[in-house]
Design a protein around this ligand. Structure first.
Ligand code: 13P
Ligand code: SF4
Length: 318
C-alpha cells in the first residue's frame, strides 16, 4: 500500500503511539462496562477505525445499527449517520463523539423545499440519499445509499423520481433506469473536486492501475473510471480484482482499510486533497469522553422518526 496523506491536525501529530494505545485500551474498557458497540465509517481516522466493532459504508452501518445487540451505539461518522441509527434503534443510546461533525451535502435540501418540489411534481416518487436530515427522510418515500441507489430508483412504482440531494448520484442512477430522474442541486464538497485532469494525472503516474470512483463524483470523472461503487464496494472490488494497482477516487480515509485488508495490492489516492474534514473531527479522546460521560447523545423526535423510519426500512427491506 502506497499513499501519502495526513489526516491529523497539528495537535494530533503530537499524539504518540503510547497515547493511542492507552486511549484505545480505555475505550475498550468503557465499551465493556457500558455494553456499547462502536460503528465507524470507512472515512474515519485510522486509529478510530481500529477500535470499531463494525467499519463500513452507510448501508452496512445502518444495517448494523438496526440489528446489533448492545445498549449504546457510539457512532464515529457524521450526524446524519448517527440520526439514522437513532431512528432505527430508538431504544438504544446513540452517541456522536464529535457533535459538530456534519455532512454539508445533507444541508443542501430542507424538508420545506422538498414539500414544495412534491407539490410541483405530484406524479413523482421521492428518493432521498441517506445523506439527509431526519426531517427530509420523513418527507421521502424511500431512502437509498450509494450502494443501492440504482435498485432503489428502479423499485418505485412511479415513472418519475425526485432524487435528493446529490445531483451526481442521481444522474449516475439515471443511467441505469428508464425512469425520469429530476435533478437536485446538491453535491459532496470532497467528491465534486475531482476532475478529469486528476484522473489523467493519476493514470500517467500509475499506468495500468484500475480506476475506482465513488458515484458522488462528477459524471465526467465517472466516465473515466473502470468501476463505480460505494466505499465498501470499492473495497470488495480491490479484493476480488486480479489487478494489483488501483487509483482510489473517494475520501482518503478509505486507504487505511484497503491497506489492512488487501495486503499485496497497491492503492493510490486519486487526489491528496480528498479529505472530509467533518469525518476527521472524531478522534480517540472524543470517543473515550463520549463513553465516559454518555454524551453527546443524538435523538430524533418520535413524530419525525416514525415517518423517516418508514423510508429507511423500505430501503432495508429491498
Ligand atoms: P458510502 O455509503 O459509500 O460509504 O458513502 C458515504 C459518504 O458520505 C460518501 O461521501
Ligand atoms: Fe458528506 Fe462528502 Fe463528507 Fe461524505 S465525504 S460525509 S458526502 S461531505
Amino acid at each position: 500500500m502506497t499513499h501519502n496523506y495526513d489526516t491529523n491536525s497539528k495537535k494530533d501529530r503530537g499524539t504518540n503511539m503510547q497515547d493511542i494505545t492507552r486511549m484505545q485500551d480505555e475505550i475498550r474498557q468503557q465499551k465493556e462496562q457500558k455494553n456499547a458497540i462502536i460503528l465507524a465509517h470507512n472515512y474515519q481516522r485510522p486509529e478510530v477505525q481500529d477500535i470499531a466493532d463494525v467499519i463500513g459504508d452507510s448501508l452496512e452501518l445502518a444495517r448494523a445499527a438496526a440489528k446489533m445487540d448492545g445498549e449504546v451505539i457510539v457512532f464515529c461518522g457524521v450526524d446524519f449517520m448517527a440520526e439514522t441509527a437513532a431512528i432505527l434503534s430508538p431504544e438504544k443510546t446513540v452517541l456522536l463523539p464529535a457533535p459538530d461533525a456534519c455532512c454539508p451535502m445533507a444541508e443542501m435540501v430542507s424538508a420545506e423545499e422538498l414539500r414544495f418540489a412534491r407539490k410541483k411534481h405530484p406524479e413523482a416518487a421521492v428518493v432521498c440519499y441517506v445523506n439527509t436530515t431526519a426531517e427530509v427522510k420523513a418527507e421521502s418515500d424511500i431512502c437509498c445509499t450509494s450502494a443501492n441507489a440504482i435498485d432503489v430508483v428502479n423499485s418505485v412504482a412511479e415513472d418519475t423520481v425526485i432524487f435528493v440531494p446529490d445531483k451526481n448520484l442521481g444522474q449516475y442512477a439515471a443511467r441505469f433506469t428508464k425512469k425520469t430522474v429530476l435533478p437536485w442541486e446538491g453535491f459532496c464538497l470532497v467528491h465534486e473536486r475531482y476532475t478529469p485532469a486528476d484522473v489523467a494525472a493519476a493514470k500517467q503516474a500509475h499506468p495500468g492501475a484500475e480506476v475506482l470512483v465513488h458515484p458522488e463524483c462528477r459524471p465526467e470523472v465517472i466516465d473515466l473510471a473502470d468501476h463505480v461503487a460505494s466505499t465498501s464496494g470499492i473495497l470488495k472490488q480491490v479484493k476480488s480484482s486480479p489487478n494489483e494497482e488501483f487509483i482510489i477516487g473517494t475520501e482518503n480515509g478509505m486507504l487505511h482499510r484497503l491497506g489492512k485488508e488487501c495486503p499485496g495490492k497497491r492503492c493510490y489516492p486519486l487526489s491528496e486533497k480528498a479529505i472530509c474534514v467533518n469525518m476527521k473531527k472524531t478522534d480517540l479522546a472524543k470517543v473515550r469522553d463520549a463513553l465516559t460521560s454518555m454524551k453527546p447523545r443524538v435523538t430524533v423526535p418520535e413524530e419525525v422518526a416514525a415517518r423517516a423510519r418508514t423510508a429507511i426500512e423500505r430501503m432495508l427491506a429491498l
